[in-house]
Design a protein. Structure first.
Length: 403
């Protein structure tokens, strides 16, 4: 793949998580601005998170049927414009509308950008791992950018300035993409050949549906663990690290530091996926999460900082594993749509996460019950993953038919 195109895809992943996760830190400033409680203001993020998940399916369809490259141009321009408009909001309703459009344009990246990234690659673990680092550096930067701009200028600047940068990036992307060879025309295999390959026996069909059921369930529950943990992190640190920091910048800085360091785990997990059985790597990551999630809900101060960092290492390291599994076993001409379905489930957890956090956040502070629930989700997926075939040959045959 053209190196400049790959770099734009990495930067796009950075922007995607940056813009979606600006608000969980901005909301700490809005409590004083609008004189409303945290739980109520956090719920304004729900429309955007619903759009972030639901938009992945039509975005993936358009990427496969129209143009992945053009969809990425819409992503950059759209997310930048929506962010600037959110900064202009005069009341909570307008903030919710702005966040909806940020989520809608953000939904383009995962089904389209990742499909572009892995297209034509035999081993995808390393490139997905590097992309994951960029995405989670965006998540880390969101807390720092929102905290710093909110303290130094205003909460509006936390949307204005990143939005202007994304718009500029989009214009550069459009200019640069004119010289790239097109990869949008993807040859589809004959339907009967592919279906014959994946349905050669009742055992193959049974195994195929088992994989689909497990990965669909995992996308939702693992997505819930990831999205809920990261959305709650600024508030968790604000309440649990009160002896260490009390400012928006301090909380944002600690969240950013923990996430940015933990994000590099994705490179290691990507290499593990390329070298070892993916099922074994995944099960190990799932079962390691369970005790860490429980501890994070119980401790505070330095203990919280250490436990939260260890948890982030594991849940971020898990991200390339499912993507590599889907990439390995899906034909390229369907990949954007399949990723769209997967991310609709995984990112749909974002929409669920906000009301769950608001409901389980104790009125006097604390997230004990929230993290206990997340631990049960990780445990359930860990046991389900045991039933995955070690070598799903029925899917390998299907992918081969699509080559």
């Amino acid at each position: 793949m053209n190196r400049s195109r790959l770099m734009f895809l990495y930067v796009g992943h950075f922007y995607d998580h940056l813009f979606v996760f600006l608000y969980p830190t901005v909301v700490l400033t809005l409590q004083a601005q609008f004189d409303r409680p945290y739980d109520e203001l956090l719920l304004l993020a729900t429309p955007g998170l619903v759009a972030f998940a639901g938009g992945a399916i039509p975005a993936g369809w358009l990427g496969d049927r129209w143009s992945r490259s053009n969809m990425m141009a819409i992503f950059f321009i759209g997310i930048g414009t929506a962010s600037i408009l959110t900064g202009m909001a005069r009341n909570p309703l307008e903030i919710a509308i702005g966040l909806f459009f940020i989520g809608l344009f953000a939904s383009i990246y995962h089904p389209v950008g990742i499909a572009m990234m892995v297209q034509g690659r035999e081993k995808v673990g390393r490139v997905l791992g590097i992309s994951g680092v960029w995405g989670n550096m965006g998540l880390a930067a969101a807390a720092l950018v929102a905290g710093a701009l909110g303290d130094w200028i205003s909460w509006r600047a936390a949307f204005y300035i990143p939005g202007a940068v994304a718009l500029l990036t989009g214009l550069i992307y459009i200019a640069a993409s004119r010289s790239w060879p097109s990869t949008d025309k993807i040859a589809a295999p004959k339907k009967e050949n592919m279906m014959a390959a994946i349905a050669s026996s009742p055992e193959a069909r049974q195994a195929m549906w088992r994989v689909i059921a497990i990965l669909g369930t995992a996308a939702l529950l693992v997505g819930l663990v990831f999205q809920t943990s990261t959305i709650a992190l600024p508030k968790l640190f604000e309440e649990g690290l009160y002896d260490i920091t009390s400012s928006g910048l301090g909380v944002g800085g600690l969240v950013s530091l923990a996430i940015s360091v933990a994000a590099f785990t994705q490179i290691a997990s990507g290499l593990l996926v390329d070298r070892f059985p993916i099922k074994t790597v995944w099960i190990g990551a799932l079962f390691l999460q369970v005790p860490l999630l429980i501890v994070v809900g119980l401790v505070s101060q330095v203990g919280l900082l250490i436990a939260a960092f260890a948890l982030l290492v594991i849940i971020f390291g898990e991200i390339p594993i499912q993507d590599a599994l889907l990439t390995r076993h899906t034909p390229d001409h369907l990949r954007s749509r399949i990723f769209g379905l997967k991310f609709a489930l995984a990112l749909g957890a974002s929409a669920l996460a906000v009301p769950i956090i608001a409901a389980l956040h104790a009125p006097g502070g604390g997230f004990i019950w929230l993290f206990a629930m997340l631990a049960s989700c990780a445990l359930a997926v860990g046991f389900a993953a045991i039933w995955l075939p070690m070598r799903p040959r029925h899917l390998e045959a299907g992918a081969a038919a699509g080559d």
